[in-house]
Design a binder for this molecule. Structure first.
Ligand SMILES: Cc1ncc(COP(=O)(O)O)c(C=O)c1O
Length: 417
């Protein structure tokens, strides 16, 4: 019997309010996927083109990754067995960390079983009472959760408003300051001005934590947003990142594997090992998935992935252009100052389509679904009130026909109000 099968009256009365379902338009629901094949999914016997995932390069089912995970299971078994500081840290984890640090230009890397845990660990281990954390308003929820859990003072600046951030940093007498930012904003698809953020951190002696969950694998030749030509000269010297920069990349999105990596200066990463509670008090990622992580890092650097990235970014540009030509409001949606940057930044595979109300976003998602296209409706609190949207997420696994179908259905929807 599940909890949902119990009559509500058999639970304590004081719990009733917390159990009351939210109104229909803001209720969340899970969709059970019965089969996955590249960018296609089967749901309730129906095949849908999936624009709702983050498998940007189509690597989640990749033969090299599957082979590494399978060989890893044969060698290590299925379970993670223990936390890293007990007996759970294997050669597979160590190899993935060393490979990532060398490839991404950081002194040291730490492998986590999720990006959420990595962000919690670094912020709570290194910032506490007495510190001020400055965060972009559109950052992912886990950076906000980490900030709140740390007990540090949190100040959230308007999206991309670096003038305000500079003024706040200048006026802050607190000795410990951190700036927290997504590199690619997960619901808008725009890119943070990493060069200017780092410049501010240097000027005001702050640290910079960058969450590159959505840029890693896709931008910067696969190495992520920091390696984009617009930012790399500011971030890297002789191939090594500025020690002020701490980077988190997830492995469950474009990398097609699982887990996440935290990268930074060696003493900083060691402090996370010593004090990061969400690193210390959790079972290690299963070693087979650490093997898959290393295979993924190698795969991301090969010529086939260069080709996939080029295809993906060409599709992203085509989708945006088609929507703009049709007068359909797609990113950047936030009321942000002009983020003009040179060299120009590429498009990203996240394309939001603004609908405003929750009900309109749900109706649009349902209409797309009836046409065999799965695009999720994203509603508050994931996005600010009044900015409910469709979040289109492209993958190199999509074909030209998939993109054309999506564009046609969206045009029909918008033309018919
Ligand atoms: C920007 C961003 N950061 C962090 C996370 C959390 O990463 P993970 O799914 O590995 O916990 C996500 C999404 O899931 C994300 O979109």
């Amino acid at each position: 019997m599940q909890v949902t099968d119990l009559p509500r009256s058999s639970l304590p009365g004081w719990l009733q309010a917390a159990l009351a379902p939210p109104p229909e338009a803001s209720r969340r629901c899970r969709t059970t996927v019965d089969a996955l094949a590249g960018a296609r999914v089967t749901v309730a016997g129906e095949t849908l083109v999936n624009f709702a995932g983050n498998d940007y390069l189509g690597l989640a089912g990749d033969a090299a990754l599957c082979a590494a995970a399978t060989a890893g299971i044969a060698r290590w078994g299925v379970g993670g067995t223990a936390s890293h500081l007990l007996s759970g840290h294997t050669r597979a984890h160590q190899t993935a960390e060393e490979h990532a640090a060398a490839w991404l230009g950081f002194a040291r890397a730490l492998l986590f079983s999720s990006g959420y845990l990595a962000n919690l660990a670094v912020v709570t281990a290194l910032a506490g009472r007495g510190a001020t954390l400055y965060a972009d308003r559109l950052n992912h929820a886990c950076l906000n959760d980490a900030a709140r859990l740390s007990g540090a003072r949190l100040r959230r600046y308007r999206h991309a408003d670096l003038e305000t951030l500079a003024a706040w940093l200048a006026a802050d007498p607190a000795p410990q300051k951190w700036v927290l930012t997504d590199a690619v904003f997960s619901m808008d698809g725009d890119i943070a001005r990493i060069d200017r953020l780092l410049d501010l951190c240097r000027r005001f002696d702050a640290m910079l934590l960058i969450d590159d969950a959505h840029g890693f694998g896709v931008l910067g030749g696969g190495r992520g947003t920091l390696h984009e030509p617009a930012f790399a000269p500011a971030v890297f010297r002789h191939g090594m990142a500025d020690p002020r920069v701490v980077l988190m990349v997830t492995l469950g999105k474009a990398a097609g594997a699982a887990g996440a990596l935290l990268l930074g200066a060696a003493p900083l990463i060691e402090a996370v090992v010593q004090r990061g509670r969400s690193y210390i008090y959790t079972t290690a990622l299963p070693p087979s998935l650490a093997e898959a992580a290393t295979a993924s890092l190698q795969r991301l650097a090969d010529a086939d992935c260069d080709f996939r990235r080029a295809q993906l970014l060409a599709m992203a540009a085509e989708l945006r252009q088609s929507l703009v030509r049709a007068g359909i409001p797609c990113g950047p949606l936030a009321d942000a100052p002009d983020p003009g940057v040179a060299p120009a930044l590429p498009p990203t595979p996240i394309v939001p389509v603004l609908l405003g109300s929750d009900a309109r976003a749900l109706a649009a998602a349902a209409a797309l679904r009836r046409c065999g296209v799965w695009v999720p409706a994203i509603r508050p609190p994931t996005v600010p009130a009044g900015t409910a949207r469709l979040r289109v997420s492209l993958s190199a696994g999509h074909g030209e026909g998939d993109l054309a179908k999506l564009i046609n259905v969206l045009k029909e929807l918008f033309c018919n109000g």
